[in-house]
Design a protein around this ligand. Structure first.
Ligand SMILES: Cc1ncc(C[n+]2csc(CCOP(=O)(O)OP(=O)(O)O)c2C)c(N)n1
Ligand SMILES: [Mg+2]
Length: 371
């Protein structure tokens, strides 16, 4: 499954703006962006990619239990993440590193999670309403829908004030669309006209299962069956991701009910560091999508607009500095006391006591073997 006639693209793979009847409603959103904002799109994508590569390296060097790469999906994430306003709530899956960064999440919180140092992540009230990573596929679509329904009950949306009216963005993948949770979320969101944008990153794979096996139709068409306005965009086009998300979020905040975007992108890396994609995917596919790389396409656009060499060099340095900082801070994390993993409840808990005692006995038995 690749681009279709319905795919909305504002930036061609050659890096120039697409002007047509289809793009006309969205182009004013791009025209309203300042040069500084456009530069920031590039900065966010490049810096996230560098962070992502560094985290993958750290996992390979034994510093993280697992890493979940976002390589190739930077435009889908930065564009949509940028379109959300401060008052909006974001419910990610587990690959939305760029969105978290845009909301003010210190990337070390993700590192700590995947090093096994935290019980769940972070406090969304302190991370720009960026809720917790959710590994139970698709379940966050229900949490997000419930939250959006709550916004309506609380009168926190559709009051006519775009500065304060709130909406929700729920991220999920192509594989998640086969989960009942996602269909149920669409039913409730549509029935209650909840202010939510469902943002599907179709990266073409659910681990080793291709999207063709998840759906006989392009996934965006499913939304219309629920009565939800639905579009398909080129997810490797940061301008399309931004402008279409922004337009649909405006509608959701103004009382227009749920909206659905299918962003066509590609997972250039492995599913996680536990996966080996060379076992199941074709070189030609990877080649096709690498020629549509989200960062190089946007860089071509910015260069044609006259951005200076100094700017690109500055972003490259910022990315290297972040990677070095992440490495230093990761290496300094050390190993937590074993007890910490049992500190789940504020009060004593018999099951935790039992498990703590079991582990202590097990570790003592290892000492006996080495002696
Ligand atoms: C309910 C549930 N079933 C199965 C899994 C195992 N699992 C982890 S990731 C994944 C694939 C998800 O694919 P997709 O929704 O396309 O997201 P992507 O990883 O491609 O971003 C599966 C099946 C899980 N975590 N949760
Ligand atoms: Mg997927």
């Amino acid at each position: 499954m690749s681009y279709t006639e319905a795919t909305i693209q504002l930036l061609s793979p050659e890096g120039s703006l697409v002007e047509s009847d289809v793009t006309a409603p969205y182009l004013p959103k791009i025209a309203a962006l300042s040069d500084a904002q456009l530069r920031d799109f590039h900065r966010q994508m490049v810096v996230t990619r560098r962070f992502d590569i560094e985290a993958g390296n750290l996992q390979r060097q034994g510093q993280l239990a697992l890493w979940i790469p976002s390589l190739g999906q930077e435009a889908a994430q930065v564009g949509s993440g940028y379109a959300a306003r401060a008052q909006d709530h974001i419910f990610p899956a587990y690959r939305e590193h760029a969105v978290g960064r845009l909301r003010g999440l210190d990337p070390m919180r993700i590192i700590e999670l995947l090093r096994g140092l935290s019980h769940g992540g972070w406090d969304p009230a302190q991370t720009g309403n960026f809720h917790l990573y959710t590994l139970v596929i698709g379940s966050q679509s229900l949490h997000a829908t419930g939250y959006a329904m709550g916004l309506t009950f609380d009168g926190a949306t559709a009051t006519g004030n775009p500065e304060t009216d709130a909406a929700v963005v729920a991220y999920f993948g192509d594989g998640a669309t086969s989960q009942g949770d996602v269909s149920e979320a669409f039913v409730f969101a549509a029935s209650y006209q909840a202010p939510i944008l469902f943002f599907l990153q179709n990266n073409h794979w659910a681990i080793s299962v291709p999207v063709e096996r998840q759906s006989r139709t392009p996934l965006y068409l499913r939304g219309t069956g629920f009565g939800v306005p639905s579009v398909q965009i080129d997810g490797n086009d940061v301008l399309a991701s931004y402008a279409v998300s922004s337009t649909m979020l405006d509608s959701a905040r103004a009382g227009g009910g749920p909206q659905f975007i299918e962003a066509l992108t590609y997972r250039m890396g492995a599913h996680t560091t536990s996966d080996d994609p060379t076992k199941y995917r074709e070189h030609d596919d990877v080649q096709f999508w690498s020629e549509r790389d989200p960062i190089s396409r946007f860089e071509t656009f910015l260069r044609a607009k006259g951005e200076s060499e100094a700017f690109f060099a500055e972003v490259a340095t910022e990315a290297e500095d972040l990677a070095a900082d992440i490495r230093t801070r990761t290496l300094a994390l050390g190993v937590p006391p074993t007890d910490k993993m049992f500190a789940v409840y504020s009060d004593p808990h018999p099951l935790m006591d039992e498990q703590r005692a079991w582990l202590a006995a097990y570790e003592a038995s290892l000492d006996e073997v080495t002696e």
